[in-house]
Structure formats: structure tokens, C-alpha cells
Design a binder for this molecule. Structure first.
Ligand SMILES: Nc1nc2c(ncn2[C@@H]2O[C@H](COP(=O)(O)OP(=O)(O)OP(=O)(O)O)[C@@H](O)[C@H]2O)c(=O)[nH]1
Length: 378
């Protein structure tokens, strides 16, 4: 190959390279400027979506406010935590029963004493007779004088009376994608509003979205009280004017629950009525009107455990008015008469689903027959 030809090829290659370089430089000018990444760690680079847009609400900040939303204690551990408290207030019952059964001679007077102890603890006449008869028969048949065995039999019989197989689940699942609706009824002062607030905490702890309806319109403070409970756990609250129609507040609360895609709507109702017919009319109306939006899945009756026979009378009246599906027994920490659990279930044929064991925000525990009896006999 001649030198001229080699020179021509070399010059052509240089010109070509210059052209390509120039073209690329112009393309570079047209490219958008490099986006500078804020992502620094490997985790951020691999999963940038985990960082969000920065516009999401802070989960720890209450909607529309700066208050911190609390993360309530999970329902599971509550009764265990509260067991000691229950045992403290009811230890005299358990100790009394065990002391009698521990005697070497279980004569008639011992059985009478056992019966009196049970009656004094509000167990009720029917269940007391049943328990004493069963204990007598089993101890005689087994011919045992062993106190450990007597304790075991007492434990089994008590658990049987409390009902380990009753369905104590809270029915909060609505149909057709609608929220579950829980009506909370009971005489004022029993701890109704407190129960609604604490129930919201239990539900939120289970990752449910909750709307609260303040249908106790008799007292503005009751709605304020409920609002505070709601704000603490991030539950929306629907309230009406003081003295307004409770049924309309219930209706609006369930409507809001449907519109916002809530899982559960809990409605606090008023119990401050002096006549049975007035109560009947109002509660019946609340339920009817609420059900225009969605079926009521649970009606919880709140009873103050310290009121004994009075509480049972209230239970009877309320169950005539609305179809009670579960009982909440409050202030069980303040009475040695834990037997009311058995009596009220017998009276209404409805299970105790929750117990209140103090004034604290997480002092409402799901009720469990075995835990309860073990706490009594601790
Ligand atoms: N010791 C104890 N106190 C409780 C319990 N539950 C509620 N209380 C207290 O009982 C009082 C009455 O509770 P509320 O929730 O206001 O009662 P209510 O039935 O809604 O009555 P109104 O607020 O008048 O509508 C409050 O001081 C509560 O703290 C409980 O389980 N144990």
C-alpha cells in the first residue's frame, strides 16, 4: 500500500472520530441534567419507595393536630397483666372457699358456710346450689380428703359455671364491606363512655380503623370525654349538639364509617332515662335508625360490678329493650364480689365479653373463664 493511501486512511479516521465526538457532545447538551439522588444508604437505594414522598402523615401525629397518637397495649396480654389486680380484690372469695374445703371434716355446717360465701360474692342462688351439689357429690364419690385434689375439683366446677365454651368474641365484622357496628348501652355512671374509649383502644391495637359516635347527647362532657379518647388513638368522632337526637348521631357516625372505609363504628348511647318506656323508645329508635345504614353486629351492655342486685335489675330491663349480645362488667377491681360474672350471665343468657379492672386507659380486658377462675383461686 502506498504512503499516500495510508495517509488518506489515517486522516479519514481522525476526521470521523472528530465528527463522532462532536455529535456525542451535542447530544450531551440536550440530555436533562443528572438528577442528584438524595439516596445514600444501600437500603434507600434498593427500596426508595420505602421512603415515601415525604408528604405522608406522620403516623405518630394525630390528624389535624400535633398530639401524639398512642399505641395501645395489645388485647392479648391484658388479662394476664390484670390478673393480679383481680386476684387482689377477690382473694377473700377464693381464700374463703379453699379454707372451707381444706377442713378435715366437711360436715353440714361447712357446706352451709360454703354456700353463704358464694351467695355473699353475688354468685346467685341457682349457680350456688349447683356448685355446692356438684362439689359434694364429686368429693364423696372420689372419697378424697386431699386439699390439692379438692382445689382442683373446685377449680373445674367454677370454670364450668363461668362457661369456658361461651362465644366471647366481639362481633365487629360488617357485611358487604360495611363496618361492624357496636352499640354500647347501660345506665350512666356504670363506665359506659370509658368503655367505648377503651374498646376503641382494643380495636386500634388490632389494627382496625375506628369511628366513635357520641350518641349520649344528654351531657356535652360525655362527648368531650369521648373525643379525647378518640384523639388519643386516632379514631374519628362524630358528635351532635347537646340535647340533640341520639339516633341521628348514631346514623351519622355509621354513615361516616361507611364513607371513610372504617372497620368498626362504636356508638355510645345515653342511659339517663327515668322511665322504662322512655328508655325503650330511645334505644329502640337508635338501633332502628342506625340499621338504615348498616346492621348492628354487637350490643354491649355495661354493668357496674359493684352494684350487685341493682346491676342485675338493670341488665333485665336493658335486655328487654335491645337484643344484648355481650356484657362488659366494669369496676371488677373494686369489688370482692366477682361472682356477679356468673349471676349476670345466667340472668341474661349472654356472655361477659370484657371486664374493667381499673380506671386506666388499658384496664379493659377480654374476659376468659379460666384466667378469671385462676385469679380467684391464686
Ligand atoms: N375502678 C374502676 N373505675 C372505672 C372502671 N370503668 C369506669 N370507671 C370509672 O367510672 C366512672 C364513670 O365512668 P363513665 O365512663 O363516665 O360512666 P358513664 O356510664 O359513661 O357515665 P356518663 O359519663 O355520665 O355518661 C369514671 O370515673 C371511670 O373512670 C373500672 O373498670 N374500674
Amino acid at each position: 500500500m502506498s504512503t499516500e493511501l495510508l495517509l488518506i486512511i489515517a486522516l479519514s479516521a481522525i476526521v470521523l472520530c472528530a465528527l463522532v465526538a462532536g455529535f456525542l457532545m451535542r447530544r450531551g447538551d440536550e440530555l436533562p441534567p443528572t438528577i442528584e439522588s438524595d439516596l445514600e444508604t444501600e437500603e434507600e437505594i434498593l427500596h426508595p419507595e420505602a421512603l415515601g414522598t415525604g408528604d405522608e402523615p406522620d403516623p405518630d401525629v394525630a390528624p389535624g393536630g400535633t398530639d401524639t397518637i398512642e399505641r395501645p397495649e395489645s388485647a392479648g396480654g391484658r388479662l394476664v397483666r390484670l390478673r393480679a389486680r383481680l386476684a387482689r380484690s377477690n382473694s377473700s372469695l377464693g381464700k374463703g372457699l379453699l379454707a372451707i374445703l381444706g377442713r378435715s371434716d366437711l360436715d353440714q355446717s361447712a357446706w352451709d358456710e360454703l354456700e353463704e360465701t358464694l351467695l355473699a360474692a353475688d354468685v346467685g342462688v341457682g349457680p350456688t346450689t349447683e356448685l355446692v351439689d356438684n362439689l359434694r357429690t364429686r368429693l364423696r364419690v372420689e372419697g378424697t380428703t386431699d386439699t390439692t385434689r379438692a382445689r382442683e375439683i373446685l377449680r373445674e366446677e367454677l370454670i364450668g359455671l363461668v362457661g369456658p365454651d361461651l362465644d366471647r368474641r366481639l362481633h365487629v365484622t360488617g357485611d358487604d364491606g360495611k363496618p361492624g357496628v357496636v352499640l354500647v348501652v347501660g345506665v350512666n355512671g356504670t363506665g359506659k363512655t370509658t368503655t367505648v374509649g377503651r374498646l376503641a383502644r382494643v380495636l386500634v391495637a388490632e389494627d382496625r380503623r375506628v369511628v366513635l359516635g357520641a350518641a349520649d347527647t344528654f351531657r356535652a362532657a360525655a362527648a368531650d370525654q369521648l373525643q379525647t379518647w378518640g384523639e388519643r388513638v386516632g379514631a374519628e368522632i362524630v358528635r351532635g349538639p347537646e340535647g340533640g337526637d341520639p339516633a341521628s348521631v348514631g346514623f351519622e357516625a355509621v354513615k361516616a364509617g361507611i364513607e371513610t372505609g372504617a372497620d368498626v363504628v362504636v356508638v355510645d348511647t345515653a342511659g339517663r332515662l327515668h322511665t322504662k318506656s322512655g328508655l325503650m323508645d330511645e334505644l329502640g329508635k337508635v338501633k332502628r335508625v342506625v340499621e338504615k345504614q348498616a346492621p348492628v353486629t354487637e350490643v354491649l351492655l355495661v354493668i357496674d360490678a359493684t352494684t350487685g342486685q341493682n346491676g342485675l335489675t338493670q341488665a333485665r330491663v336493658f335486655s328487654e329493650v335491645v337484643d344484648v349480645t355481650g356484657i362488659v362488667l366494669t369496676k371488677l377491681d373494686g369489688t370482692a364480689k366477682g361472682g356477679i360474672v356468673i349471676a349476670v350471665q345466667r340472668e341474661l343468657g349472654v356472655p361477659v365479653k370484657f371486664v374493667g379492672l381499673g380506671e386506666g386507659a388499658d384496664d379493659l380486658a377480654p374476659f376468659d373463664a379460666t384466667e378469671f377462675v385462676d385469679a380467684l383461686l391464686d
